[in-house]
Ligand binder design. Structure first.
Ligand code: CTP
Ligand code: MG
Length: 230
């Protein structure tokens, strides 16, 4: 089967504190965004990539994509001030003739997604219309409301990752409905949840981390230097 991918790279990377968008940080001499894009470029199931960027970084991104020779596989789209807006812009850019394909939405800052997980996710989304990669929470999670502390039942808790994959019509409807009601979700699946539509979980890998703070860079280089596929 084939799927389209939206890769979100239009953030500012403020928490990374690198003085530039974290997408350009080099991990073993290659920009983070290139590591992420490679996961999809090398997957024969990936039909086309829509790379959502900050318009101020267009020249820099285009130069990189040309350097790797990926101009035909990637379409650049301008993002917005919120991640959700960037995702919506990506959805609107998908060519009408390929909207029957499953669409994945992925963080540019998540460079370690495994091909087997991409395929499993694509198949589950094809069948069930909405799915995400997630891993069981390993920490004990406490909830504090006022003075009251309680412990959530860990067996029911999952840490959400990306990609999140959908049938195009469903995720477009979810984004449009969220926009109308000015609902800002923390991920794309939450917009589908708000429609009361079911979402499947595909058990992912703890290696599929999002690089958010400077400590994550060292972790990422360690994962990259490991011999086995992550
Ligand atoms: N993103 C985006 N458009 C935005 C905000 C975020 O495309 N307006 C993208 C980021 O580039 C990133 C992904 O969404 O790949 C996940 O967001 P996050 O990790 O929060 O990245 P940033 O927003 O860049 O970082 P920060 O929140 O620390 O500023
Ligand atoms: Mg952010």
């Amino acid at each position: 089967m084939k799927y389209n991918t939206i890769v979100l790279a239009a953030g500012q990377g403020k928490r990374m504190n690198a003085g530039q968008n974290k997408q350009f940080i080099e991990l073993l001499n290659k920009p983070l965004i290139i590591h992420t894009l490679e996961r999809f470029i090398h997957d024969t199931w990936c039909y086309h990539i829509y790379l959502v960027i900050n318009p101020n970084e267009q020249r820099e991104m285009e130069t990189l994509i040309t350097k790797y020779g990926w101009q035909h596989q990637i379409t650049i789209v301008h993002g917005g001030s919120e991640r959700q807006e960037s995702g919506y812009n990506g959805l609107c850019a998908i060519k009408p003739e390929s909207r029957d394909l499953v669409v994945m939405i992925h963080d540019g800052a998540r460079p370690f997604v495994k091909q087997t997980h991409l395929h499993e996710l694509a198949e589950v989304a094809q069948k069930n219309r909405a799915a995400l990669l997630a891993v069981p929470v390993t920490d004990t999670i406490k909830r504090k409301q006022g003075d009251k502390l309680d412990t959530l039942d860990r067996s029911t808790l999952w840490a959400a990752q990306t990609p999140q994959a959908f049938s195009y019509d469903l995720i477009l409807r979810a984004h449009e409905s969220a926009k109308r009601s000015q609902y800002l979700g923390t991920d794309d699946v939450s917009l589908v949840e708000a429609l009361d539509e079911p979402v499947e979980i595909v058990h992912g890998s703890y290696h599929n981390v999002k690089l958010t703070t400077p400590e994550d860079i060292m972790k990422a280089e360690m994962i990259l230097t490991q011999k086995e596929e992550v």
